[in-house]
Design a protein around this ligand. Structure first.
Ligand SMILES: [Ca+2]
Length: 484
């Protein structure tokens, strides 16, 4: 080859490299490098924990005993600022499993059904099923046991017949009006309660799936720490009730719109809880917090059993583990109990994702939303993302890179919240999008959300900007009525 030809060939080679690099976005490189660590079609272990708030040891709550979740977190990417899109069971689950935002008319409450609100959409399990995965739903994944049933090879529930109590004296207290006591301390084996049964079913499934060698999407929906706080005695004994204190923000300031609060009707459904507007006295409040903590430690132990089996079977090496709670919970925060509000205590959720040989306990501070989970799992598994998804894949965050989004939009009834930087902005709207009340907290100096800035003149411009921003981010269907 002549000297000139060599120069031309080299130039063409370099131009080719430049073109290749410009056509190959950063995201593709991330996908490739993470996927090199996984075999084709990695398994997914999808763990939902009902009403689990991020008051956990690995999130800095050192008074909580959650050794199994702590271990999982140490092997995962831990999302410090993860938010649900709807703070109520049924709607939150339908949203995360479809990758769709809630709107004024979609994903409204605990009884939401995917089949009714998004019947034509391929859910996360359906997409994995269509891509050759075995999909199994155990326990509470959707709120309704038969929702989206075609997405699963198998749907299994522990037999409870609606009775979640181990002790006869407590189950006898259940009536048409009362759900029974809000908590139970019982000297029983873990497997007497539903979550012990769900863990055992998960273990049986893993053994079966190991033998078939088929890729799997195994979903385990644990039911604690949802009310009633029923747990074996040994988990109650992990905490000294005398040392439990009410949260620092056990207060409802007058500057906060009154409609931001509720009367925690969900808790009042239980036997022995004061009715109407009656307050919860401190003794009962401490007992409830104790029960929640015991339930967290109980479910932690059950999840640990499944993860130990995943390791023992040698499946952990090619299994992505995702753990999420469906929303936060008010343990006396804002003098509230349960969820159903748009304070951070109700919206912030635990989210950890373990990618074997990749994640090692790093904490990430990017604001993420639950609708981001679906596209992330697709990309991690090399599955094409359906076009309906409204979230963004978090994949670059697993390599310490950034993504083009750093906010969350959550919604409950008329309240819509934009979480952006340190600002938590909520407005209450009607069907036309007209605003009636506003709430703004700046977490830079008000983590407890006690100082509503929305009506202060000096924040007028911030409120105007946040309100406009919220409207560009809440999704194009937000105000649209469904055609039916
Ligand atoms: Ca829930």
């Amino acid at each position: 080859m002549s000297y000139l030809k060599k120069i031309i060939a080299n130039c063409l080679f370099i131009i080719g490299l430049i073109l290749l690099a410009s056509c190959n976005p950063k995201k593709e490189k991330v996908v490739q490098s993470i996927n090199q660590e996984l075999k084709a079609k990695p398994n997914i272990l999808f763990i939902a924990v009902d009403d689990l708030k991020p008051e956990l040891n690995f999130y800095g709550a050192t008074h909580i005993q959650s050794p199994n979740l702590d271990k999982l977190a140490s092997e995962s990417l831990v999302f410090e600022r993860s938010y649900c899109n709807v703070p109520v069971c049924g709607a939150s689950r339908a949203s995360i499993l479809t990758g769709l935002r809630p709107t004024r008319h979609r994903f409204l409450n605990a009884f939401t059904k995917k089949d009714e609100d998004a019947p034509d959409v391929n859910s996360l399990p359906m997409t994995f099923l269509k891509n050759g995965y075995t999909t199994i739903s155990n326990g509470k994944i959707y709120h309704h046991g038969d929702d989206d049933k075609n997405a699963w090879n198998e749907i299994w529930h522990p037999e409870t017949k609606g009775n979640y109590y181990a002790l006869k004296e407590n189950s006898d207290l259940r009536t048409d009006d009362d759900r029974g006591p809000a908590f139970e301390v019982a000297e029983v084996a873990d497997s007497v309660y539903s979550d012990g049964k769900i863990a055992n079913k998960g273990i049986r499934d893993l053994r079966k799936l190991k033998k078939t060698g088929e890729p799997f999407f195994l979903a385990l929906g644990f039911m604690k720490p949802h009310l009633p706080f029923n747990a074996p005695t040994k988990y109650w004994e992990m905490y000294d009730e005398k040392k439990i204190t009410l949260p620092e923000n056990y207060i409802q300031p007058e500057t906060t719109p009154s409609r931001a609060f509720h009367k925690f009707g969900e808790l009042r459904n239980y036997y022995g809880i004061p009715q109407g507007n009656e307050p919860i006295d401190d003794e009962l409040a401490n007992k409830l917090i104790h029960g929640y903590y015991a339930s967290v430690s109980y479910v932690d132990a059950q999840i640990g059993k499944v993860l130990t089996e995943l390791d023992r079977l040698g499946l952990a090496e090619n299994t992505i583990v995702v753990l999420w709670g469906d929303h936060g919970w008010n343990l006396g925060n804002h003098k509230l109990w349960c969820k159903h509000v748009t304070f951070e205590s109700s919206l912030r959720t635990p989210l950890v994702v373990k990618i074997p040989n990749v994640t090692k306990g790093t904490k990430n501070n990017n604001i993420v939303e639950y609708i981001d989970v679906y596209p992330t799992l697709c990309e991690l598994s090399g599955i094409e993302k359906p076009t309906h998804l409204e979230g963004l894949s978090l994949l670059p965050l697993f390599e310490g890179k950034s993504i083009d989004k750093n906010y969350a939009v959550s919604k409950f009834k008329d309240a819509v919240t934009l979480i952006k930087g340190s600002m938590f902005y909520t407005e209450w709207i009607n069907d036309k999008g007209e605003v009636s009340d506003r709430m703004l907290f700046d977490h830079t100096n008000d983590r407890l959300e006690l100082n509503n800035l929305a009506e202060k003149p000096e924040y007028r411009e911030s409120v105007y900007e946040l309100s406009n921003d919220l409207r560009t981010k809440w999704g194009e269907d937000f105000l649209k009525r469904p055609l039916k």
